[in-house]
Ligand binder design. Structure first.
Ligand SMILES: [Zn+2]
Length: 287
């Protein structure tokens, strides 16, 4: 799932390549992705793109007073093309959900919002105010805009596990499963630590890790995506999706905790004092 760094890279690409273009046409191939009906997408035809934004993991194209906002969810992506084909999309065929022609169709660049797989969760809104998107209205402060004191305040009294709290968009916006694994590994914190019980030193380490991991990832993503924009590619991950591989810091084996629909990774030596955490899936089998 694209998180803050990848969405920031997409916004950066749109800012540099779409701003100033006039929208020629919007093709909707999957009606179910559209969560708003008034104004209709045709309201953007002939209008000039004035910028691009990111709110947490939401991506927005600014067109005058209107914002075309997308949440890419698990398998969604933005695919840029220097010259999009003019032929209309065939509804319900292929991964393309929505196509934006940035000029005369067939003679201009543009982009597709795509979604792989069978779980259709990609969502698009066209609104005159971004807070009309329910998920944006309830976002916590952006992960890159939080200072150490603010982070302490956000976590104070929270009895949840830090892994869960870091990925709760209502508490902190922008962090998902991959970067929370990386941040906790860098901060040397157990994913199961109680958020509201971190020591001052742990809070400082967490804040430093959050800033470093996300800033580095934004830099890498912006460089990569600007060149390709072909799909979500991550590099530089130390524990996430590296189950069974050696931790690059201490060489211990990276372990995994699995849930019904997702899993996350950590290093026992770096994060849990060498303790291997109970895997819920395993515990259920043993019951
Ligand atoms: Zn380690």
């Amino acid at each position: 799932m694209p998180e803050l760094p990848e969405v920031e890279a997409l916004a950066d690409h749109l800012r540099r390549h779409a701003t100033g273009c006039t929208i020629g046409r919007i093709d909707v191939a999957a009606l179910s992705v559209l969560k708003t009906f008034d104004p209709p997408p045709t309201a953007l035809h002939g209008q000039q793109v004035t910028g691009a934004h990111r709110w947490g993991k939401y991506l927005g194209l600014q067109v005058g007073e209107l914002s075309l906002i997308a949440h890419l969810s698990r398998a969604g992506w933005l695919r840029w093309s220097d010259q999009l084909a003019a032929a209309p999309l065939r509804p319900g065929k292929g991964p393309i959900a929505l196509r934006v022609h940035l000029g005369v169709p067939g003679q201009a660049p543009g982009f597709d919002l795509t979604e792989a797989g069978t779980q259709k969760r990609l969502a698009v809104w066209l609104v005159d105010d971004p807070v009309k998107v329910p998920g944006i209205a309830t976002l916590g402060p952006d992960a890159l805009a939080i200072n150490a004191d603010a982070l302490a305040g956000l976590l104070a009294g929270n009895t949840g596990r830090i892994k869960t709290v870091l990925t709760d968009q209502k508490v902190i916006a922008g962090i998902g499963n991959a970067y929370s694994d990386e941040i906790l590994h860098t901060a040397r914190l157990s994913p199961f630590a109680t958020a509201g019980k971190l020591s001052t030193a742990q809070l400082t380490a967490l804040h430093d890790a959050m800033h470093t991991v996300l800033t580095d990832a934004v830099t890498r993503s912006v460089g990569q995506q600007a060149a390709t924009l072909k799909g979500e590619k991550r590099s530089g991950l130390r524990v996430h999706a590296r189950t069974g591989l050696p931790c690059p810091v201490c060489a211990d084996t990276v372990r995994e905790i699995s849930f019904a629909d997702k899993s996350f990774q950590y290093c026992p030596t770096c994060q849990t004092g060498g303790k291997v955490l109970a895997d819920r899936r395993m515990s259920r089998l043993l019951k």
